[in-house]
Design a protein around this ligand. Structure first.
Ligand SMILES: [Zn+2]
Ligand SMILES: [Zn+2]
Length: 216
């Protein structure tokens, strides 16, 4: 998946799977968005379906790739690393998911508090680890957020009941993931856009996960 955030300059959040660069650029033109305005490739995390076309897009657009330091090694290696399943169905799915993608050197390491103001975009970054150690969310001033794979909407990768909040198939650190979901809500997220399914309403997310949150 990929999101185009349009400001004075545009930021592409995630780059889909390997070989999707043409699809992303075509999709932008269809919405009258100029790919030449993209100034940054920002990654919610370093998995194959979020960083797969980064190398190709970096070469085409000649723009920097940004990732949290804790996921930088995944981009450098072109390897999603351990896909630790939360449920039995995930074991089945992991058999079909190729963790490899074209490796790419990150140009910019980004962390909590990184601002997109220089692109004319009113948003900052939250470090929301759990799915991977370097997972981040983009939180906009109006309460919208892009949270990557922090959660999943619905089942079958979001194909069924996409607005129902749920866990993603994989998490490297489940308690950390729960803390990150609560952090995103506590920082004021209202509508949460995801890599798979969604968008999710914050109130429904709170209802779904409140009993899972670790005690303070
Ligand atoms: Zn992922
Ligand atoms: Zn994903």
């Amino acid at each position: 998946m990929a999101y185009v955030v349009v400001g004075e300059r545009s930021v592409l959040v995630d780059t889909g799977s390997a070989g999707e660069e043409e699809r992303i650029l075509r999709g932008m033109r269809r919405f009258n968005l100029d790919p030449g305005r993209i100034s940054l490739l920002l990654h919610t995390h370093g998995h194959t379906d979020h960083a797969g076309s980064t190398r190709a897009l970096k070469e085409r657009l000649r723009v920097p790739a940004a990732v949290h330091p804790a996921d930088a090694a995944k981009l450098r290696a072109g390897d999603s690393g351990p896909l630790i399943p939360l449920r039995f169905s995930s074991r089945v799915i992991s058999l079909f998911l190729d963790p490899k993608f074209p490796p790419v050197e990150p140009d910019l390491l980004i962390d909590e508090g990184y601002s997109l103001a220089e692109f004319g975009i009113p948003a900052t970054l939250l470090h929301t680890p759990g799915h991977t150690p370097g997972s981040v969310s983009v939180l906009f001033e109006d309460g919208r957020a892009i949270a990557g794979d922090l959660m999943m909407g619905g089942s079958l990768g979001g194909a069924l009941r996409p607005f129902d909040p749920g866990y993603h198939y994989f998490a490297e650190d489940l308690p950390g993931l729960r803390r990150s979901i609560r952090k995103l809500l506590d920082r004021g997220a209202k509508t949460i856009y995801l890599g798979h399914g969604g968008p999710l309403d914050a109130q429904r997310v709170r209802e779904r996960f409140a009993s899972d949150f670790p005690a303070v």
